[in-house]
Design a protein. Structure first.
Length: 464
């Protein structure tokens, strides 16, 4: 029989093995285990250790397995190449301020050779639906019921009022789901701006105002919205109201925007900014020439005004979060892993600070939809989204607790549905002048409008 010292050494680090050896009966040699008090105490200690560690090990293994089944993109973004996209989703598997607009127009002209002529939103929806049919997947609402056992997909109280104040932008990104550019002239009117502030005041459930575009800062009503919302917060009507600016960073360097960072900081506006890569070449390829360096310069300006400090747990008011979306028909990497890579490349090497990285999937609509059609990867990308469906994301999608308002005042479930003209109300034309509050029964009881693009919000870790 093994002696205690030998037994302890042979079973070191493995309580289960230790117990097995301790209580074994070696009948072949005619020996039986001798249970001395010291051995019993040691065995009980090992058993207690194993019992304490088991739940932790189980949870870790469970979390690992849950994440393992989703097809996350690589943290090394340089591997997301056109060749890899085709294999995965193809049918065969300065000191003086200057504007970025001239470069954006050149990018737009060049990209017109890549993108197909834009479809009507209804035709777009039909093509995605046909792709789902060919894949053998049912419509989204039926899918989540059958595959996710989710039967209560309904609108709740509005927590976030999201405003798209216009489509004018100093960039022309090739993945843009709202097709913004310097050529777009749609902008929210003063009348709609004031009505949105009225709805914000009269809707106590709303705890965040999320302003997007285009480049929202270039809209003439942007500052009025910020000032109005800050007043609602600061006089105590909604003391915890969060104000968010969806900023492209380069707008901070546009002529005439010299005081923008100071204005945002003064009114305690949080910034969520798109930066799809920590490398210049990849960013410029997706968002336009010169965008990466101007984005880094924009981040430094914001850092000088107190943005990005405090790490991921920083409180609202001058938070600076970055957003990553893949450069093609891929799912993004796991958020926590890519966050570490961004910190290594941006914080350590470029000395810029941010609070958190958010990863989202590209929605297969508008410019990105046109790109997928041209490359022959639409069906492959839809298949990727469907087979990576994660039922845990459904209760977190924005349409459950967001209300989106377009530049013309019409009301939608989300910014994506806005671009596809999937409006609310019986005729799809409910607007901010139809209701007095975001708690209005006509809004609350309107069914969430779903279509094939909704799979983009429920793939892997989700995109809302």
């Amino acid at each position: 029989m093994a002696q205690p010292a030998t037994l302890a050494k042979s079973s070191a680090g493995c309580p289960v093995t230790f117990l097995r050896e301790l209580f074994s009966v070696r009948r072949g040699e005619g020996e039986k285990s001798e249970l001395s008090p010291a051995k019993v105490v040691a065995a009980l200690g090992a058993a207690a250790l194993a019992a304490a560690a088991a739940p932790v090990l189980y949870r870790s293994a469970k979390d690992w397995w849950k994440q393992r089944k989703y097809e996350y993109g690589p943290v090394d973004i340089t591997l997301m190449t056109a060749k890899a996209a085709q294999e995965a989703c193809g049918k065969d598997a300065t000191s003086e301020r200057t504007s970025l607009i001239p470069d954006a127009l050149l990018d737009l002209e060049e990209s017109s050779e890549i993108l197909q002529e834009a479809m009507k939103p209804s035709d777009e929806c039909d093509q995605r639906a046909q792709a789902l049919t060919r894949l053998g997947a049912p419509p989204f609402r039926k899918f989540i019921k059958e595959r996710g056992n989710i039967t209560d997909f309904e609108r709740g109280p509005c927590k976030v009022l999201q405003l798209n104040v216009g489509l004018y932008c100093n960039q022309a990104c090739n993945h843009c789901h709202v097709e913004s550019s310097p050529l777009r002239k749609e902008m929210m009117s003063e009348e709609v701006v004031e009505r949105c502030l009225h709805l914000l005041r009269s809707s106590p459930s709303v705890n965040a105002l999320d302003i997007t575009g285009g480049a929202p800062e270039l809209n003439k009503g942007f500052k009025r919205l910020i000032e109005g919302a800050a007043e609602i917060r600061d006089i105590g009507v909604r003391p915890n109201l969060r104000i968010i600016d969806r900023c492209n960073l380069t707008v901070l360097l546009e002529p005439g925007q010299e005081g923008l960072a100071e204005f945002l900081a003064k009114h305690k506006v949080d910034i969520i900014a798109s930066l799809p890569s920590y490398e210049a070449e990849a960013t410029d390829k997706q968002r336009g020439r010169k965008v990466f360096q101007r984005s880094i310069d924009g981040l430094r300006i914001l850092n000088q005004h107190g943005y990005g400090a405090g790490g991921p747990c920083a409180k609202h008011g001058r938070r600076l979060d970055l957003v990553f979306n893949p450069p093609g028909p891929f799912l993004p990497p796991q958020q926590a892993c890519l966050d570490k890579k961004y910190r290594s490349e941006l914080c350590t090497k470029m000395e810029v600070q941010f609070n958190q990285l958010i990863t989202i999937a590209n929605m297969p609509i508008k410019r990105f939809f046109d790109f997928l059609r041209k490359k022959g990867t639409l069906e492959g990308y839809m298949d990727l989204l469907v087979r990576n469906f994660n039922p845990c994301t459904v209760k977190k999608v924005m349409c459950i607790d967001h209300v989106n308002v377009g530049w013309d005042g019409r009301i939608f479930d989300c910014d994506f549905n806005q671009q596809l003209e999937l409006g609310l109300g019986q005729d799809g034309k409910m607007d901010v002048f139809t209701i007095e509050s975001l708690d209005d029964p006509r809004l609350r009881q309107s069914p969430i409008r779903t279509a094939a693009h909704c799979f983009g919000c429920t793939a892997a870790q989700g995109s809302s």
